[in-house]
Write a protein that binds this ligand. Structure first.
Ligand SMILES: *Cc1c(COP(=O)(O)O)cnc(C)c1O
Length: 400
């Protein structure tokens, strides 16, 4: 029987135990508004931006959806560029907001060109919003945002960019490229946790949101709430209790990138991509880079196409038996049978992760009776790792 005394006794025991042992994740001091603002400033420096940066305490889908719902409404005419699965999601949100959407879909094995964007803008001059994914971890391609930004600016539309998979792996420069809404997340090349993200917002984008009667207000999705109650108030008072664990992790991962040097971190991702591509070609066994041109291949992750009689998911499962820690995955959804992803990002942008992944895939191919040359792959990885990366990338890395 539960008596008042027994409840008191339990309460006492729990209180004594919990004060006796402090836990690094659990017994955190509240995060001050000043510390929160300092973390935002640090993220802004990483992006080289003078725009407002709002850190959002949720996985990157929070600012990705929040920015679309804030900026788009029934009067919006959007050009939605689809180079992978996220573009499809953005199109659905835009339609849900009542926007008129023109989809520009390109095959997942390639990138969109600025020329294609200019063509679409010329065909539909009323377009006032462009949504684009920078790099796609899911398909392994990366799009030329600098050139696209120029075309979009000349047209006068807002540019919304998903840079979740590119930030940390290659330059992401919202101001230099004219990006109005640039969303990043910590969980890919930044080497941080999922659950914290950020968006940089241009003055033009704030104006568009303020004029949109359908933009979320007094809502967890609302960017305007952060503008009105946090930024315009001089960043003195937070809207709600900040998620300390995520915020401290974001601070730590930016700190680690600063300590290694952003250029070094990006060069490591570029080397990992070049080495994986070269290694996969040398490995043989019917594996081919999924993204046909090296210049369209993302530094964050490399996708491979398996021979038509091989199941990619099964290959990955076999390869992971030898080392479950390798950054290997099969493609998502419809791509699960034909695509292998090597997620060489964050702490996995290393020679070891690339060599280990290709060796395990080589062994899995051999088990299936396919001819692979793991030694040639190993040498190709070593050669490519040290070779200066393709001109476009190395220039961009130097600029950043
Ligand atoms: C990883 C990623 C995200 C974040 O989505 P999750 O699937 O939750 O990791 C968003 N956009 C792009 C382009 C990504 O690669």
């Amino acid at each position: 029987m539960v008596t008042l005394d027994s409840v008191r006794a339990v309460h006492l025991t729990v209180t004594e135990e919990s004060t006796a042992v402090t836990h690094p994740f659990l017994d955190l001091a509240p995060l001050s508004a000043g510390r929160f603002a300092a973390i935002e400033d640090r993220v802004a420096r990483l992006l080289g931006t003078r725009q407002d940066v709002v850190v959002m305490q949720g996985e990157a889908l929070l600012p990705l959806e929040g920015a679309i719902r804030a900026a788009a409404g029934p009067g919006t005419v959007a050009l939605n560029v689809i180079t992978g699965p996220y573009g499809q999601t953005f199109g659905n949100w835009l339609r849900d907001c009542g926007a008129t959407v023109h989809d520009l879909a390109v095959p997942f094995h390639t990138a969109v060109t600025a020329e294609q964007i200019r063509g679409a803008l010329a065909e539909h001059p009323e377009i006032d919003f462009v949504s684009l994914v920078h790099a796609e971890a899911a398909t392994g391609n990366t799009n030329p945002v600098a050139e696209i930004g120029e075309a979009v600016r000349a047209h006068g539309a807002l540019l919304y960019l998903d840079a979740v998979a590119s930030v940390g792996a290659e330059p992401v420069l919202p101001d230099a490229w004219g990006v109005d809404l640039c969303v990043i997340g910590a969980q890919k090349a930044m080497g941080g946790p999922a659950g914290v993200s950020a968006v940089s917002v241009s003055e033009r984008a704030w104006t568009r949101m303020a004029a949109n009667p359908n933009a979320p207000r007094r809502s967890y999705l609302s960017l305007l709430d952060w503008k009105e109650r946090w930024i315009d108030g001089g960043r003195k008072a937070l809207l709600h209790a900040p998620a300390q664990l995520e915020m401290l992790a974001l601070e730590a991962c930016v700190e680690r990138i600063e300590a290694e040097g952003p250029r070094t971190v990006m060069a490591r991702h570029a080397s990992a991509a070049a080495a994986t591509r070269a290694g996969a070609l040398a490995l043989g066994g019917g594996l081919e880079p999924y993204v046909r041109e090296a210049r369209d291949a993302a530094p964050v992750a490399t996708t491979l196409r398996v021979p038509s009689d091989v199941d990619a998911s099964e290959m990955v499962a076999r390869a992971l038996v030898s080392d479950p820690g390798l950054p290997l995955a099969a493609g998502g959804g419809a791509l699960a049978g034909e695509m292998i992803r090597i997620n060489h990002y964050g702490p996995d942008a290393t020679r070891g992760a690339v060599q280990g992944s290709l060796a395990a895939l080589g062994a899995a191919l051999a088990e299936k009776g396919l001819k692979a040359d793991p030694e040639a792959a190993r040498r190709a990885v070593e050669d490519a790792w040290d070779r200066p990366v393709g001109s476009g990338l190395s220039e961009a890395v130097t600029e950043a």
